[in-house]
Ligand binder design. Structure first.
Ligand SMILES: [Zn+2]
Ligand SMILES: [Zn+2]
Length: 164
């Protein structure tokens, strides 16, 4: 059966090329119905997710279904990892590699291990190719767009007849 992925050279992500659900998440269809593709990939590699555990999406890239980019953690740990300040302080990857040496931040504020991901020798793209997340683009565009400026053009019209 087909497993439609494309490998990202800088982070080692397996970027899904197949169907996505209404939330944009990779979806795999089998005889039973639709499944989250990342979960199918992870369980094929590791078996069922243990009870009371969750999978932390290490790279935080929605289209990535690389089982290496998911780590079994408690719910509490998963919640803490939503914050970059906490995630960036993680010392080791799930295989024990030193993340201060081998970690690489993704545009989505995820953190992958370069050794586990097979990209330890791959430099980041040239600056002009730099990944910019949709969120960053939105933030950066705001000043240029001008947006709705409630303070602009609101001064009362000058009345030329008021000159005595
Ligand atoms: Zn990934
Ligand atoms: Zn590692």
């Amino acid at each position: 059966m087909s497993w439609p992925i494309e490998r990202d050279p800088w982070f080692g992500c397996h970027l899904w090329q197949g169907s996505v659900n209404s939330n944009g998440y990779p979806t795999h269809f089998d005889k039973v119905g639709p499944h989250q593709a990342y979960l199918v990939a992870w369980e094929r590699a590791n078996g069922p997710v243990p009870d009371y555990k969750e999978l932390d999406h290490l790279c935080r890239r929605r289209l990535c279904v690389n089982p290496i980019h998911f780590e079994v953690v408690s719910r509490a740990e998963n919640q803490r990892r939503k914050f970059w300040a906490y995630r960036s302080g993680l010392k080791k990857c799930q295989k024990g590699h030193d993340l201060h040496v081998h970690g690489r931040r993704t545009p989505e504020a995820g953190l992958i291990c370069r050794i586990c991901s097979g990209v330890w020798d791959k430099p980041m793209p040239e600056p002009e190719l730099e990944y910019v997340s949709a969120e960053d683009q939105r933030i950066r565009r705001l000043p240029a767009d001008g947006g709705d400026d409630p303070g602009g053009n609101q001064s009362p019209p000058q009345d030329p007849a008021s000159e005595e």
